[in-house]
Design a protein around this ligand. Structure first.
Ligand code: MOS
Length: 756
């Protein structure tokens, strides 16, 4: 048996199943009589369909159904998630002739086989009337609005009078940074298997939001949610792409109902770039005022971020950047730029990745201006308490991250002058540092823990396994409390038949699921112990209850007397014992669990009534490049993290490795290319959209600062998945500057930026 405690290097509980192919993903489902659906997408940037010819497609052998806006079901609108609804965007394609953006679905071909559906899809012919469109932040025809005025989310952050303070500051740095749109590109394709059985709808889909998918379908199809079950035990990566219901899910359900057969709709990789959300392009102007000694006095962070014409996707980098340094005055505001694309959304550290590229590049520039070491500059200006609210941080070990990281990396051997470190063969070496933070969010969750006579444990709670390791985290917590092997804990998550499946995102998964699981497990243990200790005639009768322990299916008292769970339950005439708990989350609306149960976004944080919570990280990066072919290689990274109590060391490490790899991609390769002549995203495949691969990744060392966060939740864990990639791109950009003397303020950094 694998013994475990919180923070141990426990094996992934689903590792074996994944390796041998026993873990069934949504897209793995194969049902009897299943048909296949392939969408057809618009090939213009904007306009309307004048004519759509489906006759040839419909005559293709094997084709069962072709749907267009002319004969698609009229669906009830599902509101956008940030407009109080469940949808990835408020606009549902195929409801009218209007084309809002390139890549929008215009038809769906359903056939006996995937091949026939693809062939049919290639034969749908549309003629359009084109309209002018805008796809770039500075394009004519764009519309700009103030987020503060037009949405209820993420209001401007204002503390003191930053504009006046900036005017009075002896030294002011004023820089503008840019980031490209990006796409999440999880390995598992976006897909849905929809099946109707006697008026009930079953959906197999890799989602982060089973409840939103269920409720969204109930709204769109106008049927009771109780008749829909969404099943998503594993997700092959999500990264924010699957936090709401996407149009393809609704199409699959409609098609399955029309033909009376199960339908699998797998969105081709090339269509995914337009089928759901993406990371918005941004422009970020940072102003920081200091005194002559390098003390930060004031900060202004102004963002312009893209959204669609029909939804206001809020942006909030400043929520986090504002908490980093000890400014007395700070202002953060966002302008939303309406463009002709689908609605952007979340992608790992959705706003923080680009915001911290901006902030932490600016901090590097400022440290250089003050002739200070960038680590020392950050330590000098570290903020505590929270500069915005004045409240304490529930935990903040950022200084420890910086000093420990510097030590592990060997930062003291750095020579400050750009271009001053080289290999014998002339290769330029650059060392850069940057920090990151991510808000501590928490959602309402209910956990049910059960132990049967054989001592087997099952747990159900809100959460989705996207590869981040939430099953392992849940198993570790339950196993730790109940003295069982974590691999023997059966976990049911991502399924709408068990407690509310809140959207699992925002790095709130573990901090949301672990505390109620721990509490329910403790209650369960107390009940068993009480049953054993109070049962007349039992071997443990009369024992002090607090001295009884539970492990390996036995309750044991001092002096070695013990009784099996089986005998305790038999004597009580029970098959199993069960406990249920809901962790309390200060500052969370009392209705939040009901909202989560209908797929709405309901979370608390990072500001709580008595404290604020953030996870923190420091990244130290080495890049090397040949000065004649200036293509930076990230050769070494040290990342030190403050995420409170680590629950599963192995999966937490993996999250940070992954986050750093994402930072490498963001810094050096990943951009969804936009062309004002065509609209949409041009490099819509993973051959041309360059994610970091093994050859781009060398040595990454990860360490966690010890300590818990007992204010944030009873387990003491903060989030780790997203903070991992916050600041990583900035550390790489700072290392590139140190190697070359070139300051690149647009992501990704390209070879051409470093030529001459
Ligand atoms: Mo995460 S990008 O909030 O799913």
């Amino acid at each position: 048996m694998q013994k475990t405690t919180l923070g141990a290097d426990t094996q992934r509980v689903d590792g074996r199943d994944k390796v041998v192919g026993a873990a069934i993903y949504g897209n793995d489902r194969k049902l009897p009589r299943m048909a296949y659906a392939v969408p057809v997408v618009a090939t213009i940037g904007k306009g309307r369909i004048v004519r759509i010819d489906t006759e040839v497609a419909a005559r293709t052998p094997g084709v069962l159904l072709v749907l267009t806006h002319l004969d698609m079901d009229r669906l009830k609108p599902i509101s956008f998630s940030f407009a109080g609804g469940q949808a990835i965007q408020g606009m549902m394609p195929m409801q009218s002739a209007e084309i809002a953006y390139r890549g929008q679905a215009i038809a769906l071909v359903v056939a006996q086989t995937l091949e026939a559906a693809a062939e049919g899809a290639g034969l749908v012919a549309a003629t359009y009337e084109e309209e002018a469109f805008s796809v770039q932040l500075d394009a004519p025809g764009r519309e700009e609005i103030s987020q503060n005025e037009k949405t209820q989310y993420f209001k401007d952050i204002v503390h003191g009078d930053a504009d006046r303070a900036m005017a009075a500051a002896p030294i002011v740095l004023d820089r503008t940074y840019f980031s490209s749109p990006q796409h999440q590109n999880p390995m598992e394709l976006l897909s849905t298997v929809a099946e109707w059985r006697r008026g009930r709808l079953f959906i197999h889909e890799g989602t982060q939001a089973a409840q939103a998918v269920r409720q969204g379908l109930a709204i769109a199809l106008d049927i009771p949610a109780e008749r829909i079950r969404v099943i998503s035990p594993y997700v092959g990566g999500a990264f924010g792409q699957r936090g709401s219901i996407s149009p393809h899910t609704v199409f699959a359900a409609v098609a399955a109902r029309r033909i009376g057969r199960p339908v699998k709709l797998t969105v081709p990789r090339s269509q995914i770039f337009h089928a759901t959300s993406f990371r918005a392009a941004t422009q970020q102007r940072i102003r920081i005022g200091t005194n002559a000694e390098g003390l930060i006095l004031s900060g202004i962070h102004e963002v312009r971020a893209q959204t669609s014409r029909f939804d206001l996707m809020p942006y909030t980098g400043q929520e986090t950047t504002g908490r980093m340094y000890g400014w007395k005055d700070f202002r953060g505001s966002t302008q939303l730029v309406k463009l002709d694309t689908q609605t952007p959304g979340f992608m790992r550290a959705p706003m923080e990745m680009a915001s911290f590229f901006a902030l932490e590049s600016a901090i590097d520039e400022l440290a250089i201006q003050h002739r200070m070491d960038p680590v020392a500059f950050r330590l000098k200006n570290d903020a505590t308490p929270d500069p915005i609210s004045g409240k304490p941080f529930s935990s903040r070990r950022l200084k420890d991250c910086l000093t420990r990281g510097a030590e592990l990396f060997g930062w003291e051997h750095r020579s400050a002058e750009p271009g001053s470190m080289r290999d014998a063969d002339g290769t330029l070496i650059g060392w850069g540092v940057a920090v990151g933070a991510y808000p501590g969010y928490i959602c309402p969750a209910l956990a049910i823990v059960r132990m049967d006579r054989a001592g087997a444990v099952s747990v159900s709670v809100g959460g989705h396994e996207m590869g981040q390791g939430i099953r392992t985290a849940i198993a570790v917590v339950a196993a730790d409390e109940l003295g069982v092997d974590p691999e023997k804990v059966t976990i049911v998550i991502g399924d709408t038949t068990v407690p509310p499946q809140h959207t699992t995102a925002g790095s709130w998964g573990a901090a949301t699921a672990a505390p109620p699981v721990q509490q329910a497990a403790r209650q369960l243990r107390s009940r068993l112990v009480e049953m054993a200790g109070k049962r007349r005639g039992g071997p443990l009768f009369g024992h002090d209850l607090s001295s009884l322990t539970l492990a390996d299916g036995h309750i044991t008292g001092s002096g070695g007397r013990s009784e099996s769970v089986e005998s305790v339950l038999k004597a009580a005439k029970l098959d199993h014992v069960e406990a249920q708990a809901q962790a309390s989350v200060p500052g969370l609306r009392p209705t939040a669990l009901q909202e989560a149960a209908v797929g709405k976004i309901a979370f608390a944080g990072p500001e709580f009534p008595d404290w604020v919570t953030f996870s923190f990280i420091a990244h130290f990066v080495e890049v090397r490049l040949d000065p004649r072919i200036p293509r930076p290689r990230v050769t070494r990274v040290v990342s030190v993290v403050d995420c409170g109590q680590v629950i599963s060391s192995r999966t937490a490490h993996s999250q940070v490795y992954g986050g750093v790899v994402w930072g490498i991609g963001a810094a050096l390769t990943e951009a969804s290319e936009v062309d004002s002549r065509f609209g949409g995203f041009l490099n819509n495949n993973i051959a041309e959209y360059q994610i970091a691969v093994n050859a781009d990744v060398r040595q990454i060392d990860v360490e966690f600062i010890k300590g818990t966060d007992s204010a944030f939740n009873t387990v003491g864990a903060k989030g780790v998945g997203e903070v991992a990639c916050v600041g990583a791109a900035a550390a790489i950009a700072n290392a590139v500057h140190h190697a070359t003397g070139k300051r690149v303020r647009t992501l990704p950094i390209r070879v051409e930026d470093l030529l001459v």
